[in-house]
Design a protein around this ligand. Structure first.
Ligand SMILES: [Zn+2]
Length: 238
């Protein structure tokens, strides 16, 4: 049986002499594993789909629960993402996060749209890639059941000033009066920066605050989801 799917290639692993095994996040079937035959040959027609970031419509054939791609129509390979290290690792972090968050075959139109829109902006808009990634992670947490409330103190609702603490358990930031034992404080500058980002204001860029924001999310992800992202660590160390 052959089906048409629209997807983004998250990951590709070489297989045999000229094949690749792909992890593709599709709109119709969620995350699936697909083999792409002959794509490492010089003039392979379906080469594009075997590269991460490729956004394409493809025909896949199913045989005993395994998929093989037979035809592709590439919409966008988001080439400019590969021309800058910050763009590249921001993009790779988004792919890796999508890969670890979504179990196989779980449809998520919300996450799909989020990812494609993020890749478009990363490739073609002049917005700092770290700011774009912070917004993507914030939205992806929301989409996948790990939302974090940054707007005000999660316990008393008042605005947080001067000192801020993170409650991993409750998925919120809290003020000094509401802080419980074991809830660690973090920089108010980082907090203010993340708040601006989550509200959609991505224009002002500050390298130190952005990197601290990424560290904040790396810590939060490790605590709430037990997830550690290799590409995010590389990006923070750039
Ligand atoms: Zn409070």
């Amino acid at each position: 049986m052959t089906e048409r799917v629209t997807g983004v290639t998250l990951r590709a692993v070489n297989y045999k002499d000229s094949d690749r095994i792909l992890t593709v996040f599709t709109l119709e079937k969620g995350k699936i594993t697909v083999s792409a035959k002959g794509v490492r040959k010089a003039n392979a027609k379906m080469k594009q789909i075997s590269e991460p970031f490729c956004f394409a419509e493809s025909m896949i054939a199913e045989k005993s629960g395994r998929f093989t791609v037979t035809e592709i129509n590439s919409f966008d390979a988001f080439y400019p993402i590969r021309t800058d290290l910050y763009k590249y690792y921001s993009g790779m972090t988004a792919l890796e996060l999508t890969d670890v968050f979504l179990p196989d075959a779980l449809e998520s139109a919300g996450q799909f749209v989020l990812l494609v829109e993020f890749l478009k902006k990363l490739a073609y808009k002049s917005i700092n890639p770290l700011n774009l990634l912070l917004k993507f992670i914030y939205d992806a947490l929301n989409e996948n059941g790990y939302s974090i409330n940054l707007a005000s103190c999660g316990r008393c609702g008042s605005l947080i000033e001067n000192r801020v603490f993170l409650s991993v358990k409750d998925g919120c930031c809290v003020c000094e009066e509401c802080k419980k034992q074991g809830e660690n404080g973090f920089s108010i500058d980082t907090y203010d920066y993340l708040n601006k980002i989550q509200s959609g204001d991505l224009q002002d860029f500050n390298q130190e605050n952005a990197k601290n924001g990424l560290k904040f999310f790396a810590y939060y992800l490790s605590k709430v989801a037990g997830v550690s992202l290799k590409c995010l660590t590389t990006l923070i160390d750039l």
